[in-house]
Design a binder for this molecule. Sequence first.
Ligand code: SF4
Length: 330
Amino acid sequence: MRDWISNYIAAQHKAIDSIPHDEVEKLVKKVKKVWEEDRHIFAIGNGGNAANSSHFATDLGKGSSDALGKRFRVLTLGDNLSWLTAIGNDYHFDDVFLRPLQNYANPGDLVIATSVSGNSPNLVKAVEWAKGHGVQTVALVGAKKGKLAELADQSAGCTRCPLAAGRTQVVFGVGDPEADLMFVGEAPGRDEDLQGEPFVGRSGRLLDRLLAEELGIDRSAVYIANVVKCRPPDNRDPRPDEIAACRPYLDAQVALIAPKVVVTLGNFATKLLLGTDRGITAVRGASYPVGDVEFVPTFHPAAALRGGGVVLAQMRADFVRAKRLIGAAA
Ligand code: SF4
């Protein structure tokens, strides 16, 4: 018996937090059987809603690749684009899981698909192909959809504003629904639009770095969202009508997560959530209580990437401010 299989399923279970324990036991048995039969296992999961589980799966794959050889392949949008790119650059978003399975999976192999909301067309397409080709499947799907997941499902088909026309997918938000600390940025960029998760490009890497260096945590411990959930064309600024149309999603996220502290990243989030016309340079350096939430405005990480050391130092100070506020509210 290999403990990593139990650990893997247990971590997936924790990430989606909704599969009954007896179901988990059955899943573990099924995965172990396939492994002991010397078959291949493919773990697939999007960023976005399934980010926690897919990131874990990726870590497992990387961390244990020597021990597992090539029989356990992890495929997530966020971390395996290099593998996908090696297969060919002409894949479409809907095919990102399907194509590797078509290339590598054989009858009797196993696909483990993880989705918090169960509403991932690219996963569904891959699982349907597997079922039709003798490949076994295990779907780790949230059975009791949390309110956040329900809201994410609703937003996935949203056409409330013109940004719907140009998006690859809605980038709803990611992280711990129980988080004390929430970050709100501006809008998805190209990487986010492709991967379905906020802050995954250069700005995201800086955000991750500041979280690690100033708060000693990673992004799975916070919740991250944007003012608008769909990518504006050519990364232009979101327009007032688009921000107004999308606002109910953000308000609902803040209400459901009920964080102690919200860090607003840049002008758009700051002006919207603080209800001010003043720019970020004028308002940062302090915190602002609104109801039960303490708002800490700071620069968008993209500004630090452009502006260098001074802006970055000010962001660090703002992150430390947020950390103190969380502690004070605890
Ligand atoms: S940006 Fe918001 S309001 Fe506009 S289509 Fe996307 S989810 Fe809907």
